[in-house]
Unconditional design. Structure first.
Ligand code: GDD
Length: 409
């Protein structure tokens, strides 16, 4: 049997995701019309003999309650949210719920970061892992040399795929092969974490003897029960025939910013084209809107037949799109109103916002730049004939004049 664990983190981790994380925990932010965490969860369904899916984080329990119960019913696999009282780090969080995870006596534990976008080739990874015979297998990906330092960089043996060397976000370039935050472990991972906890305890005891060192390390020391998977487990255990790699040749991205959520929305929509085309809108331009490329429209949204939508657009519940509106590369959240002849391009429009007639809300479309897309927070009103370009607007603002390259607080 296999148990899947998805690390969802907590509120302090989502600051780069503002202003969108002000309303909803980042793991529940809609990407391609589904909560971010929904994508790894549905990938887990393809794992043979999956017994349970756990989400581990330090958000309030009630924030996940509704989602977890509806997804459990839908998938007919028990999905549970386990709340840490405080952050324990990626490995420490896993360790604190080892009794739950081991309840089903799993032979393997699939561990996923919630903020990555991937086709999650889990069944193939599991097969490869069994062949390697190690304690863990990491999904890895090649990225550009310039962007590699945002990730764990690693070196693998080209023949055996063994993980030979691992450095988390190094300052000087090590390798363009990076850690994707998707893992398969045997239950031995818990002994590995236990070893780290023991070492930390021993070191803390030693420090108590030497007060000089205590003075110096007190400020930077992490809590003794805080264990990071990357620095504390992967780095020291590389090159010991315990860890192996599996390279994905399919899409993979990290979702740390709103710009990347827009890009990943597009990646998942094009995956739907292959895996679940019934989720995508199709339009003939007569009774329904004209649809271009991959578009998701929630069944409760009302979209005028003379509007033109796509590519890469996702429209959430109860949104209304007026006559002659044009939407390209954008996420429209719940209860948004887009009035006649408005244009939205390279943008995210927050819950309950409204965009007036003949207005334009647009970004230049650079997903990595700070102001590369326009983001409207919750309940922003853009009045008629106003143009908003490359800007971020915090919740509850009214814009009656045009703005460009601005952050409106
Ligand atoms: N429950 C819980 N508790 N989750 C946590 C905690 C914690 O204390 N700390 C982090 N997480 C979750 C985050 O929400 C995220 O899903 C995952 O664990 C990893 O987060 P970080 O440890 O902050 O690392 P990162 O996202 O900057 O980088 C990691 O992922 C990259 C791939 O996206 C590293 O493993 C990199 O090496 C890797 O390239």
């Amino acid at each position: 049997r296999v148990v899947a664990v998805i690390m969802v983190g907590g509120p302090t981790k989502g600051t780069r995701f503002r202003p969108l994380s002000l309303n909803v925990p980042k793991p529940l932010f809609p990407i391609a019309g589904q909560p971010m965490v929904h994508h790894p969860i549905s990938a887990c369904r393809r794992i043979p003999n999956l017994a349970q899916i756990y989400l581990i984080g330090f958000y309030e329990e009630r924030e996940f309650a509704l989602y977890v119960s509806s997804i459990s019913n839908e998938l007919r696999i028990p999905v549970r949210y386990l709340r840490e009282d405080k952050p324990h780090g990626s490995a420490g969080g896993l360790y604190s719920f080892r009794d739950y995870i081991m309840e089903d006596s799993p032979s393997h534990i699939v561990l996923l970061n919630c903020d990555v976008c991937s086709s999650f080739p889990l069944p193939d990874m599991l097969e490869a892992h069994k062949k390697y015979g190690g304690m863990g297998t990491l999904l890895v990906n090649k990225v550009s040399a310039e962007s590699a330092n945002q990730f764990g960089e690693l070196v693998a043996d080209p023949e055996t795929n063994e993980l030979l060397h691992y450095t988390e976000k190094p300052e000087t370039f090590v390798s363009d092969l990076i850690n994707c935050g998707v893992y398969i472990f045997t239950p031995n991972i818990f002994s590995a974490i236990e070893d780290v906890l023991k070492q930390k305890k021993d070191r803390a005891n030693l420090r108590r003897v030497s007060s000089f060192e205590a003075l110096h390390s007190a400020t930077k020391a992490l809590p003794p029960d805080f264990v990071r998977l990357d620095q504390d487990i992967l780095s020291p255990r590389a090159g010991k025939k315990e860890l192996y790699t599996y390279q994905t040749l399919d899409f993979w991205e990290q979702i740390k910013t709103p710009g990347m959520s827009l890009r990943c929305s597009g990646l998942y929509l094009s995956q739907f084209r292959r895996t679940s085309p019934h989720l995508l809108a199709s339009g003939d331009g007569k009774r329904t809107a004209t649809i271009v490329g991959d578009v998701y429209i929630h069944p409760s949204a009302k979209v005028h037949p003379t509007s033109k939508i796509g590519p890469n657009v996702s429209i959430s519940a109860n949104a209304r799109v007026g006559a002659g509106a044009r939407l390209i590369n954008c996420i429209i959240l719940d209860d948004v109103e887009i009035m006649e002849n408005a244009v939205v391009i390279h943008s995210i429009v927050g819950w309950k916002s409204s965009i007036g007639k003949w207005s334009r809300v647009q970004g230049e479309g650079d997903h990595n730049a700070k102001l590369g897309i326009t983001i409207l927070g919750e309940a922003v009103d853009v009045e008629d004939e106003v143009v908003v370009v490359n800007s971020i607007v915090l919740p509850n603002k009214t814009l009656n004049v045009s703005v460009q390259e601005e952050i409106i607080l």
